[in-house]
Design a protein around this ligand. Structure first.
Ligand SMILES: [Fe+2]
Ligand SMILES: [Fe+2]
Length: 370
């Protein structure tokens, strides 16, 4: 391998293959067991890797949304964020040794979990691109995988300063893959892209107003970052638009299930990081409500329902679920079973809150506006 090649950065890679080759070269030079083992964990709250029926996905015909589709693909092809996801002069020095230990622990957990989630998108999208024959589909998944490889690579840069690195090549080979039917992939991935956008933009705007809380430079990159996720979400909205069955009839119950599960998971996971949110100057309950509000507004573009997050049972249910989850982690034996039952009951209580219905617009396309 020549020197130039090893010096290339994932941020400059124009394809996922190139990005992964750069990442792999770095894996070989430096690895961290702690970070990789953390990323390997599969619990209800940690990011998973997915696989699906790629032939069914490959068979999607996008002609019914052709105009919007071509515009979106052109925009992604123009690649406004090429070269963006790497350290530059805006990257302030991080005093890892001086960081308060609780904050350091939670922030590292946040980075590892975010890196794994980004990379989970990367492996799924790359696999679709590799297996497909449909030009529209493979082109889209190549572009999305390219972006996610950059995002994961950039988080690894940040981890590297703390002496850590998630070994992406090892994860690809060894992490367990969960099978989801294509329609569940659409609901889950669409939501994770849109909630990712809402999370990043909410933190970015908050830190714009309160720069004294920006305890790490990576948050400066969140604006362009969330625009990538926004486009990915748009792509999944268009994919779902090609088949009205996906967002009607019995599938509305599945949509409600995924909305509830994604929101509840975010709530419980964020509440495990009090020091992180305190350092950001963000109340996790306020943050959750803000992110749910934005995500719900966005998802009206394709889903015929939104969750009633102002219903009196909503906040109470989330808090019960969160407490049950803490007890589940700590308790043993009968107490643990008790906590599991409480968690399940809390989830059912959230799921059974009547949803809000609305008429879905004829065209799905949205621009990032928050
Ligand atoms: Fe991403
Ligand atoms: Fe994404």
């Amino acid at each position: 391998m020549n020197v130039q090649n090893t010096e290339k950065h994932t941020a400059d890679a124009t394809s996922v293959e190139e990005g992964l080759a750069i990442a792999q070269a770095q894996d070989e030079k430096f690895t961290s067991e702690f970070a990789t083992e953390t990323a390997m964990q599969n619990t209800l709250l940690t990011p998973r890797f997915y696989t699906t029926d790629f032939d069914e996905l490959d068979a999607i015909d996008v002609s019914s949304v052709r105009e919007d589709w071509d515009k979106l693909i052109d925009q992604m092809e123009s690649d406004p964020n090429k070269g963006h996801f790497k350290k530059n002069e805006d990257w302030d020095h991080v005093d890892w040794d001086g960081m308060e230990p609780e904050l350091k622990k939670e922030f590292i957990d946040f980075l590892i979990s975010s890196c794994t989630a980004e990379f989970s998108g990367c492996v799924l999208y790359k696999e679709m691109k590799r297996r497909g024959a449909n030009k529209d589909i493979t082109q889209l998944f190549q572009l999305m995988a390219r972006d996610e490889a950059r995002h994961a690579g950039f988080i690894n840069d940040a981890l590297r300063e703390a002496g850590l690195r998630v070994n992406l090549g090892f994860l690809t080979q060894k992490k367990k893959y969960t099978y989801f039917r294509p329609k569940f992939i659409y609901y889950a991935t669409y939501l994770s892209e849109k909630i990712g956008y809402a999370r990043y933009i909410t933190i970015f705007r908050h830190l714009q107003a309160h720069p004294e809380h920006r305890f790490h430079p990576i948050f400066k990159w969140f604006e362009e970052w969330c625009n990538d996720e926004f486009s990915h979400g748009e792509a999944f909205a268009l994919l779902m638009k090609t088949d009205p069955k996906l967002t009607s009839g019995i599938n509305v119950y599945w949509i409600k299930f995924f909305l509830t599960a994604v929101y509840a998971t975010m709530y419980v996971r964020d509440h495990q990081r009090p020091a992180f949110h305190k350092a950001l100057g963000v109340d996790p309950d306020w943050y959750a409500h803000e992110v749910f509000t934005k995500t719900s507004k966005l998802s009206e573009q394709i889903f015929p329902i939104t969750l009633d997050i102002d219903h009196p049972r909503w906040q109470r249910g989330l808090e019960r679920l969160q407490k049950a989850n803490v007890d589940m982690a700590e308790a043993k034996g009968l107490k643990k079973i008790g906590a599991q039952i409480r968690a399940a009951t809390a989830f059912v209580s959230l799921y059974t809150i009547p949803a809000k219905k609305h008429v879905v617009p004829a065209s799905t396309r949205l621009e990032p506006a928050y």
